[in-house]
Ligand binder design. Sequence first.
Ligand code: AP5
Ligand code: MG
Length: 232
Amino acid sequence: MRLVMLGLPAAGKGTQGRLLSERYGIPHVSTGSMFRDAMRAQTDLGRRTRAFIETGELVPDGLAVEIVEERLKKDDCRRGFLLDGFPRTVEQAESLEVTLAKMNISLDAAVNIQISEAEAIRRIANRRVCAQCSSTTQVTPGGAEVCDECGGPLVQRPDDNEETARNRLLVYLAQTQPVVDFYRKRGLLVPVNGLQPVEKVFAQIIQRLSRLDLPKRANGNGRATGITGVMS
Ligand code: AP5
Ligand code: MG
């Protein structure tokens, strides 16, 4: 399975990405996580991306395309992959199409998790990430600030403050919404309602993906053909 996850900030791309990656046995490739890891490790990539991430702007296309191309060459992507947070501009989507064509493969679907802007702001304000195991959760006022999974300390992401969050929404609408249309035109869009509990969103994605007419892929090198019946 070769998937792209689309959706507003906090739509649940990471949450569903982790579940789908386990379900299909494919790597979960999150460009946002790769940039945040680089920032924490203070690598050259981290230094070059920090200002963009902290203000909610997109990092330059060239940097995003480069790290994804490198990642897709790794062996674990031979059986498929899930791209979370990429592509984010039409230019990135076009680049990805060219890269995959060179590898003689193509995407199976672009899952678009739909939520409202008000829900995005609410989830961002309440999101905490475990500093130990990186799992993501929602906190309630006065609730515990330790991870349910491992007991580690919960922290806020550097871009989860209100001002940056509002800019991330504007940037999404201006620069990433056209990517939704890009995949709709190609018949690859799988829209799902993200305003449901996590397990219901997951069930809806699985059900819609199971309807795709995918070729059998013994070695992961088959090229996907026409996809129909995915629009809701
Ligand atoms: P990125 O890390 O991709 O952030 P994002 O798109 O803003 O999305 P989020 O990670 O905030 O949300 P999510 O959809 O993953 O939701 P989650 O599952 O965590 O990018 C960050 C930055 O990096 C960008 O602003 C940009 O600067 C840069 N960048 C990254 N990729 C780039 C690229 N390709 N090109 C250029 N720049 C790039 O869930 C959110 C919260 O809601 C969590 O607390 C979760 O527990 C909760 N939740 C999830 N699902 C549900 C549900 N169904 N019901 C209730 N709560 C839920
Ligand atoms: Mg995410």
